[in-house]
Design a binder for this molecule. Structure first.
Ligand SMILES: Nc1nc2c(c(=O)[nH]1)N[C@H]1C(S)=C(S)[C@@H](COP(=O)(O)OP(=O)(O)OC[C@H]3O[C@@H](n4cnc5c(=O)[nH]c(N)nc54)[C@H](O)[C@@H]3O)O[C@H]1N2
Ligand SMILES: Nc1nc2c(c(=O)[nH]1)N[C@H]1C(S)=C(S)[C@@H](COP(=O)(O)OP(=O)(O)OC[C@H]3O[C@@H](n4cnc5c(=O)[nH]c(N)nc54)[C@H](O)[C@@H]3O)O[C@H]1N2
Ligand code: SF4
Ligand SMILES: [Mo]
Length: 735
């Protein structure tokens, strides 16, 4: 076994030498030097957000010494945001996990060898399974590792280790869009291409702040030559709202009624495309009956938007020839999120704004590979957008993987929140967390911490040993990060891009891919994955799996073709043209449901599960703070350059009027409290919020101590943007 580990180090970077680098590149793994550009540049896709920008790594020997945005990549056309430019810095941080770490009896972490780490990993998980049943171990994964690693983890856990339950952090992020698309279109298929930003004459952003969260997509909006009307629907006057032509500062969580009323006006005024509706959709008459009750007056009362402004929006949509709608977390993270996303989809269907340049019901993704996770993580659906519950699908996958069909679960996993509930109930006792930091990012953090204490065995696989989640682990597995390994990411517009190895991982850290290989070896199921020696082998299997699915990628030859074409969008079969670099879905009006039509789906709005009251009179919103901060800050927090671009202390934004009436001064320490917790934060007094609304960025650990755990019933996505809070002057502690 030790020899096998040696071999893995050979394949990766454990004991790295020039000779190894050479043997590595001979195996075609893309390290050095034959695939180097003549001037020493390796092109690689960024590992932060879902925009999927390409960066040129300037190599000196085996190490990238600098990164600049790639000039000729169709996504970013020579631009990058601060995070992209600073991608190399977090790799050099002093808190990188450089060897496996185990917690001893005193609670201290001690280093151990990979052999011992793997032995104890297997011993403990099998012990838990023997004691509490096969389904008492589960995994939580991510939208931030390459697709090939997701395929490997999902297959290993479910087909090799016999787990039934495993979910991704994409549940926190994209589950709503995935569910909405599946129900409306018959497949989880965001239809757009970024060129649509440039081709619209009306662009509507709902609950999205691309100036901060997707700055390079916003650049594409700036390239629009049609002098577009840009409409932002967001309770806050965000950077994006400031740059828009119109801002609808709606009352938080009034979106559904607001959007139904817009549909109602469009119908009443006859501003709909009857031909399109008849030919390509189903369920419109019922939808029409449903929205009739949402009069402009009702919507105005609920959303705080004047009746004439509702009409104005409907008229702009009607007059636009190419209207595109874009939504992100302001929609996805709600207790009625799926129906809200579908209310947007319905608007595009009834006005025929789909399948043409500059149109679409477009959900913008978050993490660099959330789209990979949606299709290939083997969590919510069987590899490649298949169904665990379908015998034909299981047979197809078993045949391709050459495994016994009985190894494939016949039912779906519990969702993320249900896995945590099962931990709380003592049903799940072993948990393997890969590339996500839920002890900071999950809703209602204090409860999660208590719940995790009930685990018999918690393994955390991360680049850093200092994350809030790693600090609770029994075992930490040190992983290589972005830039230290290769594979593909799928960006928001369905584009596969290749991310490369441009640096050597520190110490004994291994690429997640090889950690999974190692686990398979010690678990005794390595035979199942013998064919997958490198990520590129997995990519070849993904092509077979995807065949005849809407996400068919069978025409993408290999990584070098992806590079040559500037990334490639799914679907791509041998019939597609590689020079078509911007492709959108549904141009022929055919959707993926059996009847070939798009479906109108709608429902009565729900009550806010935690409405404001006298004790908690503020609605607390949370989200992204600056373009220099990434989530729980394990990576961006390591860059001195980025640190200069955001506030050091946690802060709460509060409206000027509210601050005045509470006698709060700019930068005061204040207490923010909810029914879950009270935290200290700096007051940022802003005119960009309406009275009664607060905002806190998610990048500081304090924020999720406050959030209220409610979920959309269909997507089970947490409603991070619904929470009743109070804010008080902290009179004792002012600096
Ligand atoms: N710099 C940076 N960029 C990132 C990330 C990051 O951490 N840092 N994370 C990435 C990820 S994973 C994601 S998912 C995306 C998220 O990208 P976005 O969704 O654009 O970002 P958020 O700030 O979470 O939420 C967007 C807006 O929703 C609004 N909102 C809140 N409640 C409501 C409501 O009831 N209705 C409406 N209409 N709007 C509401 C908020 O005011 C906020 O401005 O960003 C990605 N990009
Ligand atoms: N209040 C509030 N909370 C939120 C949100 C909100 O809007 N408001 N947004 C939610 C959303 S949309 C998201 S996507 C989540 C994000 O939540 P998380 O996924 O928890 O956030 P990250 O900080 O990105 O965590 C990624 C972890 O993986 C590690 N890592 C990075 N690369 C690798 C790798 O290659 N391999 C391994 N093994 N580890 C790696 C990092 O060090 C880090 O610890 O937060 C959610 N939480
Ligand atoms: S916009 Fe996103 S993909 Fe582009 S450089 Fe910034 S973080 Fe990376
Ligand atoms: Mo996200």
């Amino acid at each position: 076994m030790k020899e096998k580990i040696q071999n893995l180090f050979y394949q990766t970077e454990g004991k790295f030498t020039e000779e190894l680098a050479l043997s590595y590149s001979e195996k075609g793994q893309g390290y050095l030097p034959e695939r180097l550009h003549p001037d020493g540049i390796i092109k690689t896709v960024c590992g932060f957000c879902s925009t999927g920008c390409s960066l040129d790594a300037h190599m000196r020997g085996n190490e990238a010494v600098n990164l600049v945005p790639t000039a000729d990549y169709p996504v970013n056309l020579g631009e990058a945001c601060p995070k992209g430019w600073e991608s190399l810095t977090p790799l050099k941080a002093s808190d990188r996990a450089v060897a496996p770490l185990q917690r001893d009896e005193k609670g201290n972490f001690v280093t151990l060898s990979w052999h011992d780490a793997m032995t104890t990993f297997v011993d403990n998980f099998t012990r838990v399974q023997q004691r509490y049943g096969k389904d008492s171990v589960a995994f939580l994964s991510t939208g931030q590792i390459p697709t090939e690693e997701m395929v490997m983890l999902g297959s290993l856990a479910k087909f090799g280790m016999g787990m039934l339950h495993g979910d991704g952090n994409t549940r926190q992020c994209m589950a709503t869009a995935a569910t909405a698309y599946k129900e409306s279109f018959g497949f989880d298929a965001p239809p757009f291409t970024y060129k649509d930003f440039e081709e619209s004459d009306v662009i509507v952003f709902v609950g999205a702040n691309p100036c901060i969260a997707h700055p390079i997509m916003w650049e594409r909006v700036q390239m629009n030559r049609n002098d577009p009307e840009i409409i932002v629907i967001d309770p806050r006057k965000t950077e994006t709202a400031m740059a828009a032509t119109r801002h609808y500062a709606i009352t938080p969580k009034s979106d559904l009624i607001f959007l139904y009323a817009i549909a109602n006006i469009l119908i009443q005024e006859g501003w709909i495309k009857k031909d399109y509706i008849k030919k390509f959709t189903q369920g419109f008459d019922d939808f029409k009956g449903h929205v009739a009750q949402y009069t402009p007056e009702t919507a105005s009362r609920v959303s705080g938007i004047a009746v004439e402004d509702l009409y104005a929006l409907a008229r702009i949509i009607h007059q636009g020839e190419r209207v595109s709608f874009w939504w992100t977390m302001g929609v996805n993270q709600s207790y009625e999120a799926v129906r809200t996303a579908q209310a947007i989809i319905n608007l595009t269907l009834m006005t025929g704004n789909i399948g043409r340049p500059g149109t679409g019901a477009n959900s913008i993704t978050g993490q660099c590979n959330a789209m990979g996770s949606r299709l290939f993580s083997n969590t919510t659906n069987l590899l490649g957008g298949h169904n665990f519950e379908s015998p034909e699908d299981r047979k197809k996958i078993a045949e391709i993987l050459n495994i016994d069909v009985n190894k494939i679960p016949t039912e779906n996993s519990l969702a993320y929140d249900q896995i945590i509930e099962a931990v709380a109930a003592g049903k799940i006792k072993g948990l393997w967390i890969v590339a996500t930091n839920p002890v900071h990012s999950w809703i209602n953090q204090n409860e999660l911490r208590e719940t995790f204490k009930k685990l018999d065995y918690l393994v955390v696989q991360d680049m850093y040993h200092t994350t809030e989640t790693a600090q609770m682990a029994h075992l930490i597995l040190p992983s290589a990060g972005w830039g230290e390994k290769e594979g593909t990411f799928i960006n928001s517009e369905r584009r596969f891009g290749v991310t490369k190895k441009v640096a050597k991982a520190p110490g004994e850290a291994l690429a997640d891919f090889y950690i999974f290989k190692l686990v398979a070896e010690y678990w005794g199921c390595a035979g199942l994955f013998e064919e997958w020696k490198t990520p590129q082998d997995v990519f070849q299997t993904m092509k077979e799996i995807s065949k005849d699915q809407p996400c068919d990628i069978s025409g993408m030859e290999d990584y070098s073709m992806l590079e040559r074409c500037g990334g490639m969008q799914w679907p791509f079969t041998s019939k597609d043209n590689e020079h078509d670099t911007e492709r959108r879905l549904f141009e022929d009006g055919k959707f993926y449901h059996k009847d070939g039509k798009a479906h109108f789906i709608f429902e009565e709005p729900k009550e806010n599960p935690e409405p404001v009251n006298e004790d908690f009179p503020f609605e607390l919103l949370t989200g992204r703070g600056t373009s220099s901060q990434w989530h729980t800050q394990t990576r961006t927090g390591k860059s001195e350059v980025l640190k200069k671009m955001y506030p050091k202390d946690v802060y709460v934004e509060i409206n000027t009027k509210d601050a005045n009436s509470l006698n709060i001064q700019q930068n005061d320490w204040v207490y923010v409290s909810t029914r879950r917790a009270t935290v200290k934060a700096r007051a940022f007094i802003v005119p960009t919020l309406k009275p009664g609304v607060l905002f806190m960025p998610m990048h500081y650990e304090e924020t999720n101590k406050l959030t209220f755990p409610s979920f959309d019933p269909y997507s089970r996505q947490p409603s991070y943007k619904t929470c009743a809070a109070n804010v008080l002057q902290n009179r004792y502690e002012q600096v």
